[in-house]
Design a protein around this ligand. Structure first.
Ligand SMILES: [Zn+2]
Length: 213
């Protein structure tokens, strides 16, 4: 008899990642795109930069997108987008992992994603186990602990406690990062409470049952 409840969580992007590299003017290292792209022409050669602002001091700095690229090597539509500070292209460049590698900085995706729970988890007291399918619509790995906190609306300590006593079964360590779809199971407060209650009164049979499971 399969009476499992099922839910689906979508991990979605809610903001751009932060670009992490030292600011030349202050001790900060977090940058946001300024929304602008600069194109500099020297004859037929073009330099293209994504402009960033330091989160702390607002200093503008540049990320090299194209360096001395011949104008004929760039897609004309793309070039127009650069010249118009096209917002979609700014977003794309900001999230571009290979651009980050090439320019020697890191992307920090903390606080740039959210969990959209298609089935609201209003009934954590329901004793039926809940199977959650987690699907990723985000081009970056996320910390499993934070995913559970957001998905279940629980504090860090509550998540740790529930994983510790087996009420949440997740195929990752809490401090691991996940980026592929996976399933987790939540045995809810009601059922766990019942187990704890039973264990207090009948410790041996319960332990035997668990060992035999
Ligand atoms: Zn700064």
């Amino acid at each position: 008899m399969n009476t499992d409840r099922k839910a689906r969580w979508a991990v979605r992007q809610s903001a751009l990642p932060t670009i992490v590299r030292p600011c030349p003017d202050c001790s900060g290292n977090r940058h946001r795109p300024s929304g602008k792209i600069r194109v500099n022409a020297s004859g037929k050669l073009l330099d293209v930069w994504l402009l960033l602002s330091c989160v702390r001091c607002d200093r503008t700095s540049k990320v090299t997108v194209h360096e001395r690229a011949h104008v004929s090597s760039l897609d004309p539509e793309r070039l127009v987008a650069y010249e118009n500070n096209d917002a979609a292209v700014v977003r794309e460049l900001t999230m571009n992992a290979s651009l980050a590698t090439r320019n020697g900085y890191r992307l920090d995706w903390t606080d740039s994603w959210t969990v959209e729970a298609r089935t609201p988890l209003h009934s954590l007291d329901d004793p039926t186990p809940l199977t959650v399918r987690v699907v990723f619509d985000l081009p970056a790995p996320v910390r499993v602990e934070r995913l559970l906190m957001l998905g279940l609306g629980l504090s860090r300590s509550a998540v740790r406690r529930m994983v510790g006593d087996g009420r949440i079964c997740v195929p990752y360590a809490l401090d691991a990062k996940a980026h592929r779809d996976f399933e987790l199971t939540v045995r809810t407060a009601g059922s766990a409470g019942a187990v704890a209650h039973t264990r207090e009164r009948l410790p041996q049979p319960t332990l035997a049952m668990r060992a035999g499971a």
